[in-house]
Design a protein around this ligand. Sequence first.
Ligand code: SAH
Ligand code: SF4
Length: 338
Amino acid sequence: MPSRHDLDRAGLGALLEGEPRYRVDQLWDGLHRRALEPDELTGLPRPLRTRLADEPALAPALTLETERVSDGGSTVKWLWRLDGGARVETVLMHYPGRSTVCVSTQAGCAMACGFCATGQAGFERHLTTGEIVEQVVRAVRAARAAEGRRVSNVVFMGMGEPLLNLDRVLAAVEALNDPRRFGLGARHITVSTSGVVPGIRRLTALGPRFTLAVSLHAARDALRDVLVPLNRRWPVAEVVAAARDHARSTGRRITYEATMIGGVNDTSSDAEAMAALLRGDHAHVNLIPMNPVAHTPWTASPMPVIERFAATLRGAGISTTIRRNRGQEVGAACGQLA
Ligand code: SAH
Ligand code: SF4
């Protein structure tokens, strides 16, 4: 069902038929900037607020089920119930000088990566644009209420494969880019894909709107086939070729992610294969120690092994960071959302 953030200005205008035109701007700004209930739009006359409160098209899309806080208050995870009963999660992380919200794009995921809790649950449905945008609105409110902070970054790295829900994801990105709504530039938005090549090509044609992240995990097909089953459809060479074209055409650096799994994809020959694959590219690699997930035989690589892997990549001139884990104790870390 469409919700408030699926409405465009014309849609809002239709709801405000008979009201002065500037009311449309007031409602538009209010819904995107702060208000969750029309009653909070104190700039609107009370009778209008009362009428809007009963308007089904302005209903919120997300119903809070649980909120869990960890890392001394700097990580918050919300579990939402959606229309129809599906559930998704959103994670807000505060760092010194920035706050990042990680949003879901699908309830579940059909990609079935073996190290990821979302993948184990299977696919339920696509999220609407309104459901995606409202996750950001909720985070904006929570950030401000808690510590007067501003959400500075949005990453599409929660549940789901964003490039298989691309139209709705792009509409959400447009709302985030829009200076009248969230005003977040391309450097502040990251969309992560497990390697949907036609989706990457479509994004390239649109020009730079965000940073593209590609979940690489392994540079060789034999191993990547096992870790990311989608690799059997689009092998790693095709994925990297599409990402390279994207970097060339948009001028934006690609982020590659590799979940480091002990004894599985962290050997020195894995590191050398990745270095050979990405050498000379406009790319950055993020190594993520695998977060614990039930029903897998796998665990994180030891930190010295990850450091060595990083050193091999850096030795090939590839900028590499090791991502600090967040939210593990409440199941809010990468790959734990289910
Ligand atoms: N489906 C998209 C985006 C969501 S997953 C994708 O796969 O890119 C976000 C990131 O978390 C991906 O890089 C994914 O590989 C990583 N991830 C999944 N499970 C993980 C786990 N158990 N530990 C650490 N990272 C994980
Ligand atoms: Fe889906 Fe990404 Fe998890 Fe793979 S890692 S199952 S693509 S959410």
